[in-house]
Design a protein around this ligand. Structure first.
Ligand code: AMP
Ligand code: MG
Length: 396
């Protein structure tokens, strides 16, 4: 009998592609805007109105004709007659003629005839029927109609992640409801005889289940529906029972039990009743990750080490679940970062003063490094990076 074979030591990009290929198309659904944060837009959103909806003032002050005020200075203030006022939501009814102005407030429509604003702070005198300007009124303080966006313009594209500012933007465009990608249902299981619930008494050698809490939070951030399967001990039967409980999910995420140890059963379970799509990714931390299918259910096996599981989720799983590329930035290296000959390294880094420095402790078990670092520093396969060179950093 030949041993089953599967790809091993895949690259980071290939790992993402393999996972994407196993996941179902989630489809789309409409959601009220108030519940849209963190979801991915499924169609282009066009503006239903222009913003501003009328040409308006950016300041509290007076609206006048720029040409009338060109000579205004502290020594030779310009005198204008006050004809009335324009308030936000309550425009001035008339027209501003030569030598005239109206009081105006932020967001109030600019009256016909006026083309410039002088802020209230620049009035040398502010009388009941006249004002004295100590500097010219400026057209730069007029917000033109449609200056932000015009009615009919596509402002948010399909595939965009709805961050809080984009939720605000969708509201400004006039959408009470938005089409989004349906939530994927992700089941989550921790494995390991030594793994305990936070709060329980801990015997020497046991560890609290940090992975399931971190991964739940990450999945929620990705807009996924989380099916919490708790924890399974290191026994093939117990694991198979937990895998069966994930039926109906779009994906099962496990942590632990995917390395080379005698009690790492996940790979053999998949080989027995499914398939292995790959085992091991050329990255550190996170090397031993496993992808496959168990009775048709896609299974991503994250390593148990707490840093590895969260980094593999951030670098491989999250971009696939959200459809969003990693957010990267190039920074100057404030310390050297070592490279690995055959793996992409994701070292924890601390950002300050425009440069990124090595956090120091880079072990896969040092969860504190992820809690205290700002970014992951991406070092491609090779010799590493010297002080002063540019490096790519990612937020995960
Ligand atoms: P494993 O991948 O199962 O060999 O586990 C590798 C390391 O990660 C071991 O030190 C485990 O105790 C630890 N570990 C496994 N699962 C978890 C978990 N859910 N939370 C925190 N640490 C874990
Ligand atoms: Mg284990």
């Amino acid at each position: 009998m030949t041993r089953p074979t599967f790809p091993m030591h895949v690259g980071v990009a290939e790992a993402r592609q393999s996972l994407a290929a196993l996941l179902p198309d989630p489809g789309t659904e409409p959601v009220p805007l108030a519940g849209a944060r963190g979801r991915t837009l499924a169609a282009d959103l066009a503006a239903r109105v222009s913003h501003p909806s009328a040409t308006e003032s950016a300041l509290d002050g007076i609206a006048a004709r720029e040409a009338d005020t060109i000579g205004a200075s502290s020594d030779t203030p310009t005198r204008l007659r006050v004809m009335g006022e324009s308030r936000a939501g309550l425009p001035f009814a008339g027209t501003v003629g030569p030598g005239e102005c109206v009081r105006i407030y932020t967001g109030a429509p600019l009256p016909p005839g006026a083309d410039a604003i002088c802020p209230v702070e620049q009035l040398a005198e502010d009388g009941p029927d006249h004002v004295l300007l100590r500097r010219p009124a400026l057209s730069a303080d007029v917000r033109p109609e449609g200056g932000d966006f015009r009615a009919g313009e596509v402002v948010l594209r399909a595939g965009t992640l709805l961050t809080p500012p984009r939720v605000a933007l969708a509201a400004a465009l006039g959408h009470a409801e938005v089409p989004v990608r349906r939530r994927l249902r992700v089941a989550l299981l921790s494995t390991g005889d030594e793994v305990r619930e936070p709060g329980e008494a801990l015997l020497p050698g046991q560890v609290y289940d940090s992975n399931r809490y971190g991964l739940t939070a990450l999945l929620e951030e990705c807009g996924c529906e989380v099916l919490n399967l708790g924890h399974a001990p290191d026994s093939p039967d117990a694991l198979a029972g937990s895998l069966a409980a994930a039926g109906g999910a779009d994906l099962l995420l496990t942590s632990g039990g995917v390395s080379m140890g005698r009690y790492d059963f996940m790979r053999d379970l998949l080989l027995g009743r499914g398939e292995v799509a790959f085992w091991k990714i050329r990255m550190r931390p996170g090397g031993p990750a496993l992808l496959g299918r168990w009775e048709g259910l896609p299974v991503f096996g994250l390593p148990g080490n707490p840093v590895s599981s969260l980094v593999v989720f951030g670098v491989i799983v999250r971009p696939v679940l959200t459809g969003q590329p990693l957010r990267t930035l190039r920074l100057r290296a404030g310390t050297a970062f070592g490279g690995l000959p055959d793996k992409t390294a994701f070292w924890r880094g601390v950002v300050s003063g425009g440069e990124v420095r090595d956090y120091g402790q880079q072990g896969s078990g040092v969860l504190r490094s992820l809690g205290e670092a700002d970014v992951l520093v991406v070092i491609p396969e090779g010799p590493g990076v010297r002080v002063g060179e540019e490096v790519e950093v990612v937020w995960v």
